[in-house]
Design a protein. Structure first.
Length: 267
């Protein structure tokens, strides 16, 4: 595929693209069962090892389901996001659930508006593939974590096969132009090691989709859903995207390969 099919965006445009995509995605993202099922949320809570006296934050919190999952287990749960529409969804969700110990903060993952060692648990889920500088964001997560606190990073990962990773990222930039790059598991683990946090604990899971349903709920470049769906469907032979694509009676099914990495910050 050519760059015309899979357009790339410079960093000067990225904040506007993030705002555009996530404003349009907000309601659908909040309602997607694939992204907010209890089993996966329980894995995140388990990785955070919450205590009743803890303060936690979810960086790039989206519609607030991670904050809500931690809420019963901590003293205070905060969600931070750069997109007002996502924070509105989060606030509505918390109100509907009558959550009394949560709050929402507009802000950037690159400049968290908190002093060092503010939080006992710092989480970010499904956000790092949207970041142009994931190392800077991770450094901020470490900075605001208290000594002995837990850092939990969750994202989908690209295949270690470079050709599959390139094809997967090209497809995802088409499907969601706010995507910068899905990194490999090795890259994400390296963030912890480079921050002198050691090797993180790990839990793997998949986020499955019926391809046509995923495409129908997306806002792809040029609104070209037919072309995007064809690329996904054509990946079945050889699993060209590294998404375990397979044909079933109702269409092509795929799965994002995801990981939760967690570690305690050394005192």
């Amino acid at each position: 595929m050519t760059n015309e099919v899979f357009p790339k965006f410079g960093s000067s445009e990225h904040a506007a693209i993030i705002d555009d995509q996530f404003t349009r995605q907000a309601a659908g993202f909040a309602a997607a069962p694939e992204l907010h099922n209890d089993a996966v949320l329980a894995l995140l809570v388990e990785a955070g090892r919450p205590q009743c006296t803890d303060r936690m934050i979810d960086v790039a919190c989206g519609p607030g389901t991670v904050v809500a999952a931690f809420s019963p287990h901590v003293e205070r749960a905060t969600g931070l996001d750069a997109t007002p529409a996502m924070l509105a969804e989060a606030n509505a969700f918390a109100t509907a659930k009558a959550l009394a110990n949560v709050d929402w903060q507009p802000g950037s993952a690159y400049e968290l508006p908190y002093a060092a060692a503010t939080f006992d648990i710092v989480v970010s889920r499904f956000a790092f593939h949207h970041l142009e500088d994931p190392r800077a964001a991770f450094t901020e997560m470490v900075r605001v974590t208290s000594p002995g606190g837990r850092i939990v990073l969750c994202d989908a990962v690209a295949s270690d096969d470079s050709a599959k990773a390139a094809a997967f990222n090209a497809m995802e930039r088409w499907r969601d132009p706010s995507t910068v790059e899905f990194r490999t598991l090795g890259f994400l683990r390296g963030l912890f090691q480079d921050a002198n946090l050691g090797s993180p604990g790990m839990a793997r899971f998949q986020v499955p989709y019926l391809a046509r349903k995923l495409v129908a709920g997306s806002f792809p470049a040029r609104d070209n859903r037919a072309g995007l769906l064809k690329v996904i469907e054509d990946s079945v032979n050889g699993d060209l995207l590294g998404m375990n694509a397979r044909s079933e009676y109702d269409g092509v099914h795929i799965a994002f390969q995801a990981v939760i990495l967690s570690v305690a910050k050394v005192r």
